[in-house]
Design a protein around this ligand. Structure first.
Ligand code: NAP
Length: 113
């Protein structure tokens, strides 16, 4: 498929594994330069290697940063400044009726500490 994304730059949060890694891999196949993210340098480096092996022409680099913290978000934002595409893959959730979610939970879901 050609999604006309060749030459773009993307950041995919939470992308050393699972859905995020799959998204990053497909973007790399489309010619997008991808930034992978996870919490540890080791897992990020492994994911970069895996993606490079799966898509030899991939332009990929990794940033270890915990996006559940404000410090990690700042670090990641600086290290991936100027990207064209942001895939906010990593998130936390707690399935329950909308009206039952209190302010403290909204803060936890949406505002890293
Ligand atoms: N799979 C489902 O059915 C489902 C359903 C609803 C929502 N979701 C949401 O979709 C997202 C992806 O799901 P998944 O099943 O692909 O998850 P997964 O396989 O567990 O992968 C989670 C990814 O997020 C990274 N990660 C975890 N905490 C992080 C943090 N604080 N900062 C940065 N990276 C972090 C992990 O990297 P490291 O471990 O290397 O740090 C890993 O790459 C999750 O946020 C999940 O809540 C999934």
């Amino acid at each position: 498929m050609d999604l006309q994304l060749s030459g773009k730059r993307a950041l995919v949060t939470g992308s050393t594994a699972g859905i995020g890694f799959a998204i990053a891999t497909e973007l790399a196949r489309e010619g997008v330069a991808v930034v992978l993210n996870g919490r540890s340098e080791e897992r990020v480096a492994q994911a970069v290697q895996r993606l490079q092996a799966a898509v030899p022409q991939a332009q990929v680099r990794g940033v270890a940063a915990d996006v559940a913290t404000a410090v990690g978000c700042d670090l990641l934002a600086q290290a991936s400044a100027g990207v064209d595409i942001l895939v906010n893959n990593f998130g936390i959730f707690d399935p329950q009726p909308f009206g039952a979610i209190d302010d403290a939970q909204w803060q936890r879901f949406l505002m890293p500490t």
